[in-house]
Ligand binder design. Structure first.
Ligand code: PRP
Length: 184
């Protein structure tokens, strides 16, 4: 039995469940990109995707370059602020490259819409989006990823990269925060 953080109401996805789903997702990456003869650039959207990305790439067998972006929409609050800011841009030129964006969650879809529009304007050869969690009930703009790990309901998750006021990202599982924590 895992030790559960006292602020967690219940665990949605434990460590084993996450690991096995992420292995499935890296199989998808391998089969999607096994035949390409140009570079693949995997773009991690920091900070939330870090644990997912770190686990995913352990079993990716195709060659790739790793790059990062930081976008911010939540400002450490419970709900999206509606505006998305590019805090850190890519180090690589993606023109004519295959780009795979790795994200932790698509909620309103605003972050991903902004990133995809921005990266498309740089003329990559291909552009795909993989997200660990997908929350279709939160959508404010029309956006669907190419693949995802789990669909979640309209609940606020923490752990495995997901934060509450920038903390709790280190939990090895994904859980739902107790209601009283929102009032603190
Ligand atoms: C969170 C999350 C996604 C985005 C999804 O990022 O990591 O990037 O919001 O929300 P959306 O679909 O409503 O745009 P956040 O700005 O909290 O940054 P973080 O990754 O550093 O936690």
């Amino acid at each position: 039995m895992q030790n559960i953080d006292r602020r967690i109401k219940y665990i949605l996805f434990d460590q084993k469940t996450l690991e096995s789903k992420i292995t499935e997702l890296s199989d998808w990456v391998n089969s999607t990109y096994e035949k390409i003869d140009d570079d693949l650039i995997i773009v991690g959207l920091l900070k939330g995707s870090l644990p997912f990305l770190a686990q995913l790439i352990k079993t990716v067998k195709v060659d790739f370059l790793l790059d990062f972006m930081i976008l911010s929409s939540y400002d450490g609050k419970e709900h999206s602020s509606g505006s998305v800011k590019v805090v850190l841009d890519l180090a690589n030129d993606i023109k004519n490259k295959n780009v795979l964006i790795v994200e932790d969650i698509i909620d309103t879809g605003r972050t991903m819409q902004k990133v995809v529009n921005l990266l498309q304007s740089r003329n990559p050869k291909s552009l795909k989006v993989l997200t660990l969690l997908n929350k279709p009930s939160g959508r404010k703009v029309d956006f669907e990823p190419d693949n995802f790990g789990f669909i979640i309901k309209n609940e606020f998750v923490v752990g495995f990269g997901f934060d509450w006021k920038e903390k709790m990202r280190q939990l090895p599982y994904i859980g739902v925060l107790k209601d009283e924590e929102f009032k603190k």
